[in-house]
Design a binder for this molecule. Structure first.
Ligand code: SF4
Length: 243
């Protein structure tokens, strides 16, 4: 147990030292504003105050990124922005065929358009984006097409709720490091982080963003272990060197 706790804490320190703050979640419509880079990341600004439009974009992105790369999401969000889709209400009044066309780069566009419409109908009816009222997790999970990762991304990044997002990158990295053993279910893995870190939304935001960035930079499907700052602590790498 102590080993796992130290592994989770130490890994965060190394990722942060290697990569610096990430400035998540990116807000494409604010790119170029002071403190925002040209993709909408804001690494210099910690804890920005989010508007309804920000929460809308984050929620949309969390759904659109299912089973696709963020590059495709950026393209789809730009296309929606060009059409003036900046609120749930506007999305709901948009032609379904035009919505599908706009989000086509993200794949599964028939399903994803349906997910967006269902989610936006809920956002409008509940007023959660407008009123900055974090929903219960179960409310999000009851929506068709929203699973634990998407629900937790919306809760953490759109509402600042202290939940740890688990994704494929997290599973890959921590199992390669040997910090977590075997096939671990979503909630068990989430509990491992929640029970060993302070309950702090900013920390969870940064840690998850760092894991994603780190895996893209080093620990991809074919890892680049030679330059990896975690290699001396990585069970997969140490086993490969010994073999
Ligand atoms: S040493 Fe290799 S396998 Fe281990 S964390 Fe780094 S990149 Fe991933």
């Amino acid at each position: 147990m102590e080993r796992i706790a130290q592994g989770i804490e130490r890994t965060y320190a190394i990722l942060l030292k290697t990569l610096g703050t990430q400035g998540w979640w990116p807000l494409s419509w604010r790119r170029g504003e002071p403190g925002f880079d040209d993709l909408g990341y804001h690494p210099e600004i910690s804890g920005i105050e989010l508007s309804e439009r920000d929460r809308f974009e984050i929620s949309l992105g969390a759904i659109l990124t299912q089973n696709t790369s963020w590059l495709n999401v950026e393209l789809a969000l730009s296309r929606l922005l060009e059409k003036g889709i900046t609120t749930s209400k506007k999305l709901l009044s948009f032609q379904l065929d035009s919505l599908k066309e706009a989000i086509k780069p993200c794949g599964y566009y028939n399903q994803k358009a349906k997910k967006l419409v269902i989610a936006c109908a809920y956002f409008e009816a509940s007023g959660i984006l407008r009123n900055n009222r974090a929903p219960r997790r179960s409310e999000l999970l009851d929506l068709w097409g929203i699973g634990p990762e998407t629900a937790d991304s919306i809760l953490l990044y759109a509402f600042g709720a202290p939940v740890f997002v688990i994704d494929a990158y997290t599973k890959r990295l921590f199992s390669r490091l040997g910090i977590l053993e075997g096939e671990t279910a979503y909630h068990d893995l989430q509990d491992a982080f929640l029970s060993r870190l302070p309950l702090d939304a900013r920390l969870f935001n940064e840690y998850h963003a760092l894991i994603v960035k780190f895996c893209k930079a080093y620990c991809s499907a074919k890892p680049s272990c030679g330059e990896c700052p975690l290699k001396r602590r990585c069970r997969a790498h140490i086993s490969a060197v010994k073999a």
